[in-house]
Design a protein around this ligand. Structure first.
Ligand code: NAD
Ligand code: MG
Length: 393
């Protein structure tokens, strides 16, 4: 029996993870559920999955969680605060952690899981963008196996020879990684035509159903930029050997090219339960509820095109930040989080997102990156962009 902590349980990835877990009551059990602020949604999940522990990150909502669990007659133990999540992950409550908190807020629990040697089904790409070297080093030291569940990295993981269940690194004969991108809802549009797009248009993703932040990231192509950085850390591949190709059908989830000219790819319907089943079950294959891929019924064609870096400069900015190294990716990530939040709440326009990220990268030059320096860079970038948005208003 594998005991699973689902962090970000009330989100889109959390729901997919719990769906897969519930299909395998003989092998998987949700032992810890953690969420940000939504107590009602968390209580509903506790009633359905009966975890031993439930955590609400917002400490002001502890009483609501505690009384709700008692009223429902559940024996689930209530906790509150981000530190409680880290402590549960490090303690004797789980063997596997689904890291699906959104944004840099997921870093501490990902690090705690890596240090504690847990199997990590990693969705929280921002923790690798912010502190990838530190997370990977912690996992190597403790023996924690990181199985990426971001669909592209999960595809690459499946195409590479895995080393003891870990993401393979330093692979002999590897020439390059090719990440596929759906292109998002604005694929094919010019930069000028994107000036007045609304948050509702930006989160209406054509192929994937996801949380609001990653949906906007997909629309700007920042998501693919974050994924390039994520791939660099997971697989130890240099920036020059990572390419991006737009593939609107989202059926080929990524490709791996070897020196002999072979290219391997993983295909499947765009449903995150496949990647989560791999993350939870590897090296075994688990039934996930996802149907097989019928290429004829899917339209009979697979299209590929180059990304438009003029209309979607975030992808270029992410490559720049990765090459600059040090604190630059942390600045990129934090600036993007603040800008996306402002866009979603109607305070800035769509094209302001790349402009604000570029401005933050220019204003806060890359420095050496220990954990304290990375946290400081994250904080300074947030303050810088918040101030820049205030000045515009
Ligand atoms: P979401 O917005 O649907 O869910 C986010 C979850 O994080 C919620 O449960 C929320 O309560 C929780 N949360 C937010 N702040 C928190 C905090 N401070 N402490 C504890 N919990 C907190 O987001 P999502 O789409 O599920 O994405 C989650 C992560 O997975 C992101 O990093 C995203 O990039 C990654 N990811 C998502 C998808 C997808 O298909 N949705 C695909 C690949 C990667
Ligand atoms: Mg992805």
């Amino acid at each position: 029996m594998r005991r699973v902590a689902v962090l970000g349980a009330t989100g889109s990835i959390g729901a997919s993870a719990l769906d897969v877990i519930a299909r395998h009551p003989d092998r998987l059990q949700a032992s810890v559920l953690a969420a940000g602020r939504n107590v009602d949604a968390l209580l509903e999940l506790c009633a359905r999955h009966a975890p031993a522990h439930a955590v609400i990150a917002d400490e002001a909502r502890f009483d609501a969680l505690k009384s709700g669990l008692a009223a429902a007659g559940l024996s689930t133990q209530p906790h509150a605060g981000m530190a409680a999540i880290d402590a549960l992950v490090a303690g004797d409550t789980c063997d596997t952690v689904v890291a699906a908190i959104v944004g840099a807020a997921g870093l501490d629990s990902t690090l705690a899981a890596a240090r504690a040697g847990r199997r990590i089904a990693l969705a929280n790409k921002e923790s690798l963008v912010l502190a990838g070297s530190l997370v990977m080093a912690a996992a190597r030291e403790s023996g924690a196996a990181i199985v990426p569940v971001d669909s592209e990295h999960n595809a690459i993981f499946q195409c590479l020879p895995p080393q003891d269940g870990r993401a393979a690194r330093d692979i002999r004969g590897l020439r390059r990684l090719v990440l596929t991108a759906s292109g998002g809802p604005f694929r094919g549009r010019t930069r000028e035509s994107l000036r007045d797009v609304t948050p509702a248009q930006a989160v209406a993703h054509p192929r994937w159903s996801m949380g609001p932040k990653i949906s906007v990231d997909s629309a700007t192509l920042m998501n693919k930029g974050l994924e390039v950085i994520e791939a660099h850390h997971l697989f130890g591949v240099a920036p020059g050997a990572i390419d991006v190709v737009v593939h609107p059908q989202s059926l080929v989830h990524s490709l791996v090219e070897f020196v002999d000219g072979s290219t391997l790819a993983q295909l499947g319907l765009p449903d995150m339960r496949t990647a989560l089943a791999v993350g939870l079950g590897w090296p075994e294959r688990l039934e996930s509820g996802v149907a097989g891929l019928d290429l004829v019924r899917q339209g009979g064609r697979l299209d590929f095109e180059a990304p438009d870096l003029d209309a979607f400069p975030c992808l270029r900015l992410a490559f720049d930040a990765l090459r600059a190294g040090g604190t630059a990716p942390a600045v990129l990530n934090a600036a993007n989080e603040v800008a996306v939040d402002a866009f979603l709440s109607g305070r800035i326009g769509f094209l302001d997102i790349p402009a604000l990220v570029e401005d933050a990268l220019a204003a806060l030059p890359a420095a050496e990156a220990g954990l304290d320096a990375l946290r400081e860079a994250d904080g300074r970038a947030r303050a810088h962009v918040t101030f820049a948005i205030g000045r515009r208003a």
